[in-house]
Design a protein around this ligand. Structure first.
Ligand code: COA
Length: 329
């Protein structure tokens, strides 16, 4: 299968019905709708109810993508679930999703790269398809982040939401469409800018650790902000340059939905027109690995992408991790 391109054939998305508005948060912590909107752009976010869990949203998003690609789940060779909020420690959420979908031939696993997880997964799927190891790959980003949010910490509880997005990636031979370039990076020296110390083997699941909230997210928002803008812009520029394009050539730019001010700063840095930058942060907040595939599916639904358009994706997240993918739709 030499000269095979990998292309996103279809997408899907799902989220909990439950919504947490800024007004709801005003009742929980000392904050205001005005502060949250001006500092983040977020108005509301979806929140899973007790009893709802990550793979449920992943399966719904994946089923949409599979139906739209008109393939049978048994044709999927690779199933990647990007998540930092798995259903359980063992087995992987990917395997649980695989069983629900009936994707019995797939190699299924989880990928933990926080908000960059979907682009990490897309990068792996691209290589597996180009190398002839897979014909169809399902890349999912799915999170129930609100389970790890401390609703007494105003600096984090306003940011995160829940949901899932999926992309069915397939081989597309002999045309110009598909993934043109990918770049993924990480730097563990910044691990403590966004982390949850408890719940693993280091600070185990003891009553003391749970009671003192060791499993909750902690974030140095201010420092993260600067690293996010710089690294997303740098890696996007690298991917564009390598493929022979400039920011002006991009028809749709979907950055990870972390904060409207980060999105604006990255777009400005890359010199892409604000009109081609997609944002849904107001309605979803930051859904980590789910944010880009949810946004992509919304763009497809709204007719914001046409065949042949140059589409740029960029992400940044805990780890820290970051990446960019350029594709011709
Ligand atoms: N409501 C009201 N005030 C708040 C608040 C809230 N929800 N959260 C923090 N504050 C306060 C702080 O306590 C601080 O008060 P102080 O000056 O009295 O100490 C003040 O606002 C400024 O805090 P700071 O952290 O400097 O604010 P900021 O402008 O950097 O905005 C974030 C905070 C979190 C919105 C911003 O840093 C951010 O979005 N960073 C990136 C986070 C991110 O995207 N993370 C995920 C990456 S994938």
């Amino acid at each position: 299968m030499a000269n095979t391109n990998a292309r996103i054939l279809s997408t899907g998305r799902a989220y909990p019905e439950g919504v947490l508005t800024n007004a709801d948060l005003e009742k929980l912590v000392e904050t205001s709708d005005e502060w949250i909107i001006s500092r983040t752009g977020i108005k509301e976010r979806h929140k899973a109810a007790d009893g709802e869990y990550t793979s449920q949203f992943a399966v719904r998003a994946a089923q949409q993508a599979i139906e739209r690609a008109r393939i049978d789940p048994s044709e999927i060779d690779l199933l990647i679930c990007a998540t930092v909020t798995p259903d359980q420690i063992l087995p992987s959420t990917g395997c649980l999703i695989q069983a629900e979908l009936g994707a019995h031939r797939a190699a299924a696993f989880d990928l933990a790269a926080a908000c960059s997880g979907f682009l990490y997964g897309l990068t792996l799927a691209n290589q597996m398809i180009r190398g002839g190891q897979a014909r169809y790959a399902l890349v999912i980003g799915a999170e129930v982040l609100t389970r790890y949010v401390d609703y007494t910490d105003r600096s984090t509880c306003v940011i995160f939401g829940d949901g899932a997005g999926a992309a069915l990636v397939g081989a597309s031979e002999g045309d110009e469409r598909g993934i043109l370039g990918t770049r993924i990076r990480s730097d563990g020296r910044y691990a403590e800018q966004l982390y949850a110390p408890g719940g693993g083997t280091r600070l185990g699941i003891t009553a003391d650790n749970v009671n003192s909230g060791q499993h909750y997210f902690r974030m140095k928002g201010n420092e993260l902000f600067k690293v996010a803008v710089r690294s997303m812009a740098d890696v996007s520029r690298e991917v564009l340059e390598e493929a022979g394009y400039k920011g002006e050539d991009v028809k749709l730019f979907i950055p990870h939905q972390a904060n409207q001010r980060i999105t604006d700063a990255v777009a400005n840095n890359l010199k892409v027109d604000s009109g081609i930058v997609y944002s849904n942060i107001a309605m979803h907040g930051n859904t980590s690995s789910a944010s880009i595939p949810i946004a992509l599916d919304e763009c497809v639904e709204q007719g914001r992408i046409s065949e042949g358009d140059l589409v740029l994706l960029a992400s940044f997240g805990g780890g820290v991790t970051w990446g960019s993918v350029l594709m011709r739709w």
